[in-house]
Ligand binder design. Structure first.
Ligand SMILES: N[C@@H](CCC(=O)N[C@@H](CS)C(=O)NCC(=O)O)C(=O)O
Length: 207
């Protein structure tokens, strides 16, 4: 059994989607960020950076519980555990790693700043941050649009990289991006969102 410690955010949704797609049994432990529960000492023992998501695999590889924090590490762990959405072949694995790292280093931290600056009340402070990070967010969508030209997924087959990117693309209205401007991303997004496992992942109760 996997215990998922999460909340209803892009990084939390990546993992409910992956768990559903991999058909792994899991139990949700909601970490209510609006109440500061990410700073509870008990949670910090499994997620020392005080952020969701984290998992505890009650039956780790050697039969003992294993905890994992950082959503990219969790996705790789689950891919290794199940052999699903994470190719065994090293060459096939390369684009999965590339696009997973692209998400973790860029398409998450940058739109996350748009979410932040969009709510800043002081207009001068808001405008600078919002414009800077909106521009970079749109550049990232253009990078993804080029990657998805003539291909269905970020790697050759659906993978944990798609789940990672989907978690953030799901929030495109919040970072004020119209997917009509990125037709290849929109096609991929609609294909991913139509998958039964993805639907279940987004329907899981996280708040
Ligand atoms: N790199 C981390 C980022 C996790 C992250 O930023 N989580 C946010 C929610 S999406 C969080 O827990 N924020 C609470 C806080 O910053 O206090 C990952 O991918 O797991």
């Amino acid at each position: 059994m996997i215990e998922l410690h999460a909340f209803d955010t892009p990084n939390g949704r990546k993992i409910t989607v992956a768990l559903e797609e991999m058909e792994l049994p899991y139990a949700i432990r909601i970490v209510d960020l609006s109440r500061g529960e990410q700073f509870d000492p008990g949670f910090l023992t499994i997620s020392p950076n005080g952020k969701i998501p984290a998992i505890v695999d009650t039956e780790g590889p050697s039969g003992r519980p294993v905890s994992v924090f950082e959503s990219g590490a969790i996705l790789i762990y689950l891919g290794e555990k199940t052999g699903k959405f994470w190719p065994r072949d090293l060459e096939a694995r390369v684009p999965v790693l590339e696009w997973l790292m692209f998400q973790m280093g860029n398409f998450g931290p940058i739109p996350g700043q748009v979410h932040h600056f969009a709510t800043v009340e002081n207009e001068a402070d808001r405008r600078y941050g919002f414009e800077r990070f909106s521009k970079e967010t749109r550049r990232l969508y253009a990078v993804m649009d080029r990657r998805l030209a003539g291909r269905a997924y970020f790697a050759d087959e659906p993978s944990i990289a798609d789940f990672a990117i989907l978690g953030w693309a799901w929030r495109h209205p919040r970072h004020k991006v119209d997917l009509a401007d990125y037709p290849n991303v929109r096609r991929w997004y609609e294909t991913m969102m139509a998958r039964p496992g993805v639907r279940r992942g987004f329907a899981a109760k996280l708040r």
